[in-house]
Design a binder for this molecule. Structure first.
Ligand code: NAG
Ligand code: NAG
Ligand code: NAG
Ligand code: NAG
Ligand code: NAG
Ligand code: NAG
Ligand code: NAG
Ligand code: NAG
Ligand code: NAG
Ligand code: NAG
Length: 882
């Protein structure tokens, strides 16, 4: 599948792969071909036998005593065998993984294994090293490369953030801080001594480290490889808190904060629970900027495009099927700030009666009053860095499109463009952390608890008496509602399903996965399970990225203008003005395409200029699309895709392809100011159908606990009723994007907050009948069975770092590229050599560097080889540029 083609571009954008050089490792004496990342100093090395079989020797040496590093079988990290290693105290841990998306890579399930070589495996005071025989790693299948090739491009990744649970082999990994690819020519990496070196590998060495720890007189530390697989731990008994609440809200993302604040306005006792830590400076976050220590990286609008490569990257969830924000504010803190007010049709087409635009418009007004968004964020009234806007506005105008104010005219969505509507206020990232939370905190009846992951709703039959939460130290609490109280789920479309399934609500096979899984979850008796289609209504916007060259000169700012600003810009920022109070986009456009099925589908574009004379356009297929997918839970307590939600219907594919064809046709008109980027090869014949194969996730997930009248227990597709109350329960509600029955025309953040405002009124109005015993839960409902589970297992759901939270809509790359969030993928990233823009290659016009893959069964990537190489058959599955 091409859906993670996002990984490809990272490699290709670098042009040719970095080359490896000969390296004799002093600790082992092995001769490697090696690549060292000049930025971090991390080193990745490969040695091979004279005749390539299924094994090679790999080495990872990284300058960290608490991060992690990985070596991948391909420059395209998703769907390939990945060896990850990290230090755990003085032990080196390792694990084979296979990345599936923009999220922490799951444990690999195939036959390949690694065996450590003792004197190349250690932790000293500055580094850790893992030297290993990769047994069976050259598979000849899609997850690796065949032994008939003369060279291969390996991927690497490095992070200074510790894995979530370093003692567990299956730990979630935080996102990498650096990554790239390098080529190894096997003629150079092979040696007659290979067999001798490989014979040093031992399953579980316990040896003395060869390298002095830090040059002091202390003895060398003893190291070994700890698999971590068999460490046992006992889940603590949950403590039941004495304080009870009228409302408990699980998840302080955009929906959770708004609903909590509105419920608190009623005077009720409200507890808002968030798994992550504070985010903005005002909320207590301290990931501050070097140039202004009273703002965090989340506060600064211009940082929105660069968060995934910023100093702190622990804000991404590590247990969600795709990217999501796990901190106070959820994905509203990590997205690229797009604030596209929903058009009326976003509600009127598919939302049920009671939720049409006429029903929710007053809620929208109340929301916009507090949080209006802006197309002109700078207090001095100026717009900065407008070159791309000037080029694009004249390009679209000359093709008959109109200029609109996207905030004031949300219903104009065909052949229009606008200055980007941003969620920015007072020169800072807006959203409910800024615009609602302070109002809530001013009320005595509002309470917030951070660093607490909601495991489940505690449910007896139809009544929910409270929630069970897990704290950072792994301990558990039961927090109860008062008589007549309610529990409201707002963990985001990728996490709320986990809480529902853990509460015995969802497809039976999913609940059984929890039952036999490794997270200690006390489920209701099977007779009490509520069979609802949780996870099944998943929808998302697919995105493709195109690059264009400008005919007239367009100068682009370097990334550092945003990430390491000049004093002039820092001073402007201090006064709410300048480049830094703007988001990353420079123009937005919308159009629509009528599908062959008669359904009108909308298209959105966001544009910027990542380098001189270049325009980058991200195109989203949005409202009206018909593809759906499904998520479920893993035995380790994460959510994962069962079916991916993108471009599953021929009509969706046709619609997106035909819009792209239309855009290309604009560039072929005489006097067009843009040409499709043909920097690599001629592009005259490229079509929309070729280009849409490079789609990636929009990270705008909705529909996993869909609202409707069609009760899911009776075969319908709805999980919650029109009050957002879960079918079959008295007092359990879902108010985040999970309940949305359809995808909007724009990015999801504005509509999530509009719908949350409307949902708050419904939740408030429902009278709860059950629950006479609610403040004194029975032991059967609330005691946690003390089970023995592995460290790996219980860690999966523990918020072991400030990073973990449940908040919202998107996903987290671990070893993948690095989209920022629910709005836009960042445009640049840093490689060892330079900051390079990420160009999405089209199969038709991107070159594959030497030693890259260029064909084979199931391959949908680029096929044209770089100059000096040609695409050669290796086997049916693998063609390579050699
Ligand atoms: C590493 O260990 C192997 C096997 O024990 C040994 O033969 C080799 O000489 C060692 N290398 C160095 C540089 O000490
Ligand atoms: C793993 O090995 C077994 C036994 O040799 C084989 O049947 C199976 O196909 C292999 N699996 C993979 C993914 O290569
Ligand atoms: C060396 O390690 C010891 C113990 O970990 C520590 O106390 C000492 O400060 C370190 N010395 C240097 C130079 O890093
Ligand atoms: C730790 O090991 C690395 C890799 O061998 C080496 O480069 C570094 O100098 C060592 N650090 C110390 C303090 O010995
Ligand atoms: C630590 O290892 C180094 C390198 O093998 C060796 O030279 C040194 O004597 C050892 N130090 C101690 C205290 O064992
Ligand atoms: C875990 O350890 C026990 C006791 O040492 C052993 O019997 C069991 O086989 C181990 N399990 C695994 C999966 O290694
Ligand atoms: C709850 O109250 C009881 C009785 O006052 C007390 O013994 C218990 O320690 C309290 N529990 C907690 C968790 O505060
Ligand atoms: C940092 O930015 C804030 C605006 O959020 C401003 O009030 C403050 O003066 C700035 N500090 C410096 C040192 O520029
Ligand atoms: C799609 O069809 C509708 C009527 O069903 C029409 O109003 C609209 O203009 C059409 N859009 C396009 C892009 O052709
Ligand atoms: C959350 O946990 C982290 C890590 O333990 C800690 O640094 C932070 O202070 C905690 N935040 C709060 C609000 O307790």
């Amino acid at each position: 599948m091409a859906r993670f083609a996002a990984l490809l571009p990272l490699a290709y954008a670098m042009g040719a792969f970095a080359q490896s050089v000969a390296y004799n490792d002093p600790n082992t004496g092995i001769d490697f071909m090696s690549y060292q990342d000049s930025k971090s100093g991390a080193r990745f090395s490969v040695a091979t036998p004279e005749t390539l079989g299924s094994d090679f020797i790999g080495q990872i040496v990284a300058p960290t005593t608490e991060g992690w590093a990985g070596l991948d079988m391909s420059a395209q990290m998703a769907s390939h065998i990945l060896v990850v290693a990290w230090p755990n105290g003085d032990k080196v841990m390792s694990s084979l993984r296979e990345a599936t998306g923009y999220t922490t890579p799951p444990v690999y399930t195939g036959n390949a294994t690694t065996t450590p070589i003792a004197n190349g495996t250690f932790v000293n005071s500055t580094h850790f090293a893992y030297t290993f025989v990769c047994n069976g790693c050259i598979t000849g299948e899609d997850d690796s490369f065949p032994n008939t090739v003369s060279g291969n491009a390996f991927g690497w990744a490095f992070s200074t953030d510790a894995p979530a649970a370093p003692s567990s082999e299956e730990t979630a990994l935080n996102m990498h801080t650096g990554f790239g690819a390098f080529a190894v020519i096997f003629a150079n990496s092979s040696s007659a001594s290979y067999d001798t070196w490989a014979s040093w590998a031992e399953a579980v060495p316990a040896v003395t480290a060869p390298v002095a720890n830090n040059g002091t007189s202390s003895s060398n530390s003893t190291v070994g490889v700890d698999t971590g697989k068999n460490t046992t731990s006992t889940t603590p008994i949950a403590t039941t808190l004495n304080t009870t609440y009228d409302y408990i809200i699980a998840g302080a993302g955009p929906a959770g904060i708004i609903v909590a604040e509105r419920l608190a306005e009623s005077g009720a006792e409200v507890l808002l629970i968030e798994r992550g830590d504070a985010s903005t400076y005002a909320s207590g976050g301290r990931a501050v900027e070097s140039w202004n220590e009273t703002v965090t990286q989340y506060d600064v609008p211009a940082m929105a495009y660069y968060l995934s490569t910023a100093e702190v990257t622990n804000e991404y969830c590590t247990d969600t099927a795709d990217m999501a924000g796990c901190l106070l504010g959820g994905s509203s803190m990590i997205n690229a700030l797009m604030f596209v007010r929903p058009q009326e049709r976003d509600f009127d087409d598919k939302w049920p009666t009671g939720w049409k635009w006429s029903d929710v418009s007053s809620s929208a007004e109340s929301f916009y009053e507090r949080n209006p968004g802006t197309i002109s964020p700078s207090k001095d009234g100026q717009r900065y860095d407008q070159g791309a806007y000037d080029v694009l506005s004249s390009f679209f105008t000359s093709n008959g499109w109109s200029s609109v104010n996207a905030l004031e005219e949300p219903n104009k969505k065909t052949d229009v463009f606008s200055h980007p509507p941003w969620n920015i206020q007072d020169g800072l990232r807006a959203g409910p952390v800024l615009t609602y939370l302070p109002l809530a905190k001013a009320k005595k009846n509002f309470h917030i608890q951070l660093n607490s992951t909601v495991i489940r709703a505690v449910r007896e039959s139809s009544f929910v008496s409270g929630v069970e939460v897990e704290l950072v130290d792994g301990s558990r609490q039961i927090i109860n509602v008062k008589t007549g109280g309610k529990v409201v789920l707002a963990g985001g479309a990728l996490s709320t399903p986990r809480i529902l399934i853990n509460s015995g609500i969802g497809p039976a096979d999913q609940i059984k996965t929890v039952q036999s899984g490794s997270v200690a979850v006390t489920l209701p008796d099977q007779a009490e399970w509520i069979d609802l289609p949780v996870g099944k209504g998943l929808k998302d916007h697919p995105i493709i990225t195109l690059k264009f060259k400008t005919k007239t000169s367009l100068s682009s700012l370097d990334t550092t203008a945003f990430t390491d600003p000049t004093q002039v810009n820092a001073d402007l920022f201090a006064h709410g003005s300048g480049l830094l109070v703007q988001g990353g986009q420079r123009l937005n456009f919308w159009s629509s395409v009528n599908g062959t099925d008669g359904i009108e589908r909308f298209v959105q574009g966001t544009c910027n200029s990542p380098s001189n004379d270049t325009i980058k356009i991200k195109i989203y297929l949005t409202h009206g699309l018909t593809s759906t997918g499904e998520i479920g839970v893993t035995s380790a307590g994460a959510t994962e895709y069962i079916t991916q939600p993108w471009l599953n219907t021929p009509e969706d594919k046709d619609a997106l392809a035909s819009f792209v064809d239309r855009l290309i046709s604009f560039t072929k008109i005489a006097n067009s100011t843009l040409t499709l980027d043909a920097g690599l090869t001629a592009s005259s014949n490229v079509t929309g159908a070729d280009l849409i194969k490079t789609f990636v996730t929009g990270s705008h997930f909705v529909g996993t606990a869909k609202m409707g009248t069609d009760d899911g227990r009776k075969g319908g597709d709805a999980v919650v009723d029109l009050d957002t109350k879960v079918y079959g329960t008295d007092n359990l509600f879902v108010v985040d994007a999970s309940f949305h029955p359809d995808l909007p025309t724009g990015n999801t953040q504005a509509i999530v907050m509009v719908a949350a405002e409307a949902a708050a009124k419904k939740v408030l109005a429902v009278q709860v009948s059950g629950g006479s015993n609610s403040t004194v839960p029975t032991s059967s409902a609330t005691s946690v069975v003390a089970v023995s589970s592995t460290a790996a297992q219980s860690s999966a759901i523990v918020a072991t770092s400030t990073a973990l939270s449940s908040a919202a809509v998107t996903s987290a790359p671990a070893i993948t590229s690095a989209p920022a969030s629910s709005a836009t993928i960042p445009t640049t990233y840093t490689t060892n050599t330079a900051t390079t823009s990420v160009a999405v290659p089209s199969p038709a016009y991107t070159q594959v560097p030497k030693y890259g893959r260029c064909g084979g069964n199931g391959y949908e990537g680029p096929t044209k080889c770089a100059e000096g190489s040609t695409c050669k058959y290796q086997n049916d599955w693998y063609w390579q540029c050699v």
